[in-house]
Design a protein around this ligand. Structure first.
Ligand SMILES: [Zn+2]
Length: 286
């Protein structure tokens, strides 16, 4: 793709893509893969989506950005170029956040190929246990991408990018809190014949999602973020080691996602030192 053929806004996206690739490489994470190709603009949509029906067209048009592990490429649609849905003041931070988020998906795939073909196959499996594993990978994949993007922008980019990433994370935290009083879960408790509120929403969620793992999809950002935030609090050396371990041995059960402390009690995780309070100031190293 030649820059001179592109409009000014497309060029801005390419500049931000260079910028966030630089942030990822400076973050301390083990980035040993080449930078994925990037395709900017809806004219590339058919390279990433099979548009066979009206429904698939809607999905393709509403997908702002995607990392395709088969092509090892990132697609950005026109919405992000035009800035529709974004205020002028945070358009630059939005672009960086979206681009870095997709790069983190690429990071995860390149460090553990389960986040690709295997994940796809598992979610489609007839076997409930395999499906559970596949959907839990999906939840983790999203939560990990959101959390790492937030941390990298907070520690390595400018204040505005960090604040923007944190404001989006706050929305997810609020949604997580609201789950407890979600009438949907009360209904599920009734169906499962579990008492409410004595059981607590997590017990209901555990029983429900073990039976219907595809239902995790709708809550993947919220549950995935809560799980990853509990485990990765920083980008210091301990946390970077933790990232490597978690990528090697990702959560595979609904129970892990709902109860991160149970996931951590597996023996692959030696007693993790609490990383809160050991923040370094990466800006001092720039
Ligand atoms: Zn994502």
């Amino acid at each position: 793709m030649k820059v001179k053929e592109l409009g000014i806004k497309k060029t801005e996206i390419l500049i931000d893509y260079d910028y966030v690739w630089g942030l990822l490489n400076r973050s301390g994470l083990n980035v040993s893969f080449s930078r994925p190709e990037i395709y900017v603009g809806s004219e590339h949509v058919d390279k990433f989506f099979e548009i066979a029906s009206q429904k698939s067209l809607v999905v393709a048009n509403s997908t702002e950005a995607v990392y395709d592990w088969k092509a090892d490429a990132i697609y950005i649609n026109d919405e992000l170029i035009n800035g529709a849905g974004y205020s002028r003041s945070n358009l630059c931070s939005s672009r960086r956040l979206v681009l870095l988020h997709e790069l983190i998906h690429a990071f995860l795939f390149h460090n553990n190929k389960r986040f690709g073909e295997e994940q796809d196959a598992l979610t489609k499996s007839e076997n409930k246990r395999s499906q559970e594993r596949g959907w839990v990978y999906t939840v983790f994949d999203e939560g990990f991408a959101i959390r790492l993007t937030e941390l990298i922008l907070t520690f390595w980019s400018d204040v505005q990018d960090g604040e923007f990433a944190s404001s989006l994370a706050l929305i997810l935290k609020d949604e997580y809190r609201e789950l407890k009083s979600d009438k949907d879960f009360r209904l599920r408790a009734l169906i499962l014949k579990l008492p409410w509120p004595e059981s607590g929403w997590k017990k209901v969620a555990l029983r429900w999602f073990e039976k219907h793992p595809h239902g995790l999809y709708g809550l993947s950002y919220v549950l995935g973020y809560n799980f990853t935030e509990h485990i990765i609090q920083d980008l210091n050396k301990n946390s970077i080691d933790m990232v490597s371990r978690i990528v090697e041995t990702p959560p595979s059960r609904v129970e892990h996602i709902l109860y991160p402390q149970r996931y951590l009690s597996q023996k692959v995780f030696p007693k993790m030192q609490k990383s809160i309070g050991q923040n370094r100031n990466p800006h001092s190293k720039l």
